[in-house]
Design a protein around this ligand. Structure first.
Ligand code: IPE
Ligand code: IPE
Ligand code: MG
Length: 286
């Protein structure tokens, strides 16, 4: 079946004032009044619970995935409202190939259709779409749709939406290690110069900042291999709501929790500066 043509790719960047305003929440909810400078830059979403949502209603698991589409795009509108710069959405993991062939086939087609359906409204909002994930095994038609979306939205600066499809944190780290090893073998990199910053430059999206707020719906409390490297110091929020019932108000609630936390990164509070902060006294020295 021929699908409707998308509008032509833009050749020039628009100014942020030319982006449309985020759509209001359907129930009229407004963002809570948290300090804008404390809003997380990067929010990661493990969109979980579609199957259980469908089961509760006597529907097919795939109906749960269909219902979950609106949740993601509502969260993106709500993220744009409060000034989040990066949203990473876990849409298909490297482990999700274990599901039935019917569900896998559905999810591949669903991802293509969703990106195709949403590209205009995301572009108008000023969203840059990126794909994170492994190329081998992923359907070529999915990759094609993602690459069209990346090209079409590459100048947008309001928010980056990383669609993580055939994504696995370990796979990403292993692929980075392999690429780095190749560069060492080719003499382009001296192993003595390998540090966290250099290693991170081999990841899928080297310019993406670390995850500040990691949200998982459906009550499961695990990462399931999502953004392992980038979430080393993420604040975790687990919400019992199943993904199709999740919307921007749940994300804002998670942000409220986030802004109230102390992010110490291994440091200690209160941070009393000693005489020489560069080399604190060794109180255990004998
Ligand atoms: C998350 O919902 C969507 C994907 C993994 C693609 P699930 O399909 O995992 O839903 P549950 O966990 O079985 O309820
Ligand atoms: C994580 O959910 C993957 C996505 C949301 C795409 P899963 O449902 O696959 O994770 P597990 O199996 O519960 O760990
Ligand atoms: Mg699940």
């Amino acid at each position: 079946m021929r699908r409707p043509q998308q509008s032509a790719a833009r050749t020039e960047a628009r100014q942020p004032h030319e982006y449309r305003e985020p759509k209001p929440h359907a129930g009229g909810a407004q963002p809570p009044d948290f300090p804008r400078d404390l809003v997380p830059r990067h929010v990661a979403l493990v969109m979980d619970g579609n199957g259980r949502w469908a089961k509760e209603r006597g529907l097919a698991r795939t109906d749960g995935h269909t219902a979950g589409e609106a949740s993601l795009f509502d969260v993106v509108e709500g993220a744009a409202q409060i000034g989040v710069e990066y949203v990473s959405a876990y849409a298909f993991s490297t482990e999700n190939w274990k599901r039935s062939p019917e569900e896998v086939r559905f999810l591949m087609g669903f991802n293509i259709e969703t990106i195709h359906r949403r590209i205009d409204e995301m572009d108008e909002l000023g969203v840059r779409i990126r794909w994170c994930g492994r190329r081998p095994r992923l359907w070529k038609s999915v990759i094609r749709e993602l690459e069209i979306a990346e090209e079409r939205t590459k100048h947008n600066t309001r928010l980056t939406l990383a669609m993580c499809i055939n994504y696995g944190g370990r796979a990403e780290i292993v692929d980075a290690a392999a690429a780095l090893a190749e560069d060492v073998r080719a003499g382009k990199v001296d192993p003595k110069n390998v540090d966290e910053q250099l290693f991170a430059s081999y990841l899928d999206e080297p310019d993406m900042p670390d995850v500040d707020l990691f949200i998982r719906s459906s009550g499961e409390q695990r990462t399931s291999n999502f953004l392992l490297w980038q979430s080393a110091y993420a604040e975790m929020v687990f919400d019992d709501v199943l993904w199709p019932d999740f919307d921007r108000t749940h994300m804002w609630k998670a942000v409220e929790s986030y802004v109230s936390r102390d992010r110490r990164y291994g440091g200690a509070l209160p941070n009393i500066v000693t005489a020489d902060p560069a080399s604190p006294a060794d109180t255990n020295a004998r």
